[in-house]
Ligand binder design. Structure first.
Ligand code: SF4
Ligand code: SF4
Length: 176
C-alpha cells in the first residue's frame, strides 16, 4: 500500500481542496449512516496499520487537548503529582472555561511518542475519530484533520475513490 505521509503536502492539499472537501462532506451526509461507518472503519483499519504514528506525532504538535474531571484524575494518577502541581505545570482554562493543556506541542510528546500514554486524555484516545460509530456526526472534526493527520488524509482520499465522488480526480490517488 502506497500512502501519502508528507506533512507539507497534506497542508498544501488541505488549502487546495477546501471546497472539494466541503462538497465531499455534503456528499457523505446523504449516504446511509451504517454503510458509511462500515467503509470508513474498513479503510481506517488498513491505513492505520500502514502508518506509523511514532514517525509523525503531528496531532500532538497541532491541537488543543481538553480534559474533563476523569481525564484530569487519570493523568494525575499517572504522573504521581498533586492536582495543584499538574494544573500549574501543564494546564490552563480555555476561554470557554474548560481545562486544556497549556502547551502546544504537547509537553508529554518526546521523540514523537506520548510519554503518558496510559494516562492520556480522552481527546487523545479518540483521535482521529475514524473508529467511532456514526461517522457522519464526526465529519467536521475528521475533515478538519485532513491537512494534519496522514491517516485521515489517506482514508478520505480512498473514500472519495470508493464512493465514486464525482468531484474526485483518480489520477492523484494513493494506491491501496
Ligand atoms: S497526552 Fe500524549 S497523545 Fe495526548 S497530545 Fe500529549 S503527547 Fe499526544
Ligand atoms: S494520529 Fe495522525 S497525526 Fe497523529 S501521529 Fe498518527 S498519523 Fe500522525
Amino acid at each position: 500500500m502506497e500512502l501519502e505521509t508528507d506533512l507539507n503536502w497534506l497542508k498544501e492539499m488541505a488549502l487546495d481542496r477546501q471546497e472539494e472537501n466541503l462538497l465531499f462532506r455534503e456528499f457523505l451526509l446523504v449516504m446511509d449512516s451504517d454503510a458509511l461507518d462500515a467503509r470508513v472503519h474498513a479503510l481506517n483499519g488498513k491505513v492505520s496499520a500502514a502508518i506509523d504514528c511514532t514517525t509523525c506525532g503531528n496531532c500532538c504538535r497541532s491541537f488543543i487537548v481538553s480534559l474533563d474531571d476523569a481525564d484530569k484524575k487519570r493523568l494525575q494518577g499517572h504522573l504521581e503529582i498533586s492536582a495543584e502541581t499538574m494544573d500549574r505545570k501543564y494546564l490552563e482554562r480555555s476561554q470557554m472555561g474548560q481545562w486544556v493543556f497549556s502547551h502546544i506541542p504537547c509537553s508529554f510528546l518526546k521523540d514523537n511518542r506520548c510519554t503518558v500514554y496510559a494516562g492520556r486524555p480522552g481527546d487523545c484516545r479518540d483521535y482521529p475519530h475514524l473508529h467511532q460509530d456514526r461517522i457522519n456526526a464526526h465529519l467536521q472534526a475528521i475533515l478538519a484533520s485532513y491537512g494534519i493527520c496522514p491517516i485521515v488524509y489517506n482514508v478520505i482520499e480512498l473514500l472519495k475513490e470508493e464512493t465514486g465522488f464525482p468531484n474526485h480526480n483518480p489520477d492523484r490517488d494513493p494506491e491501496i
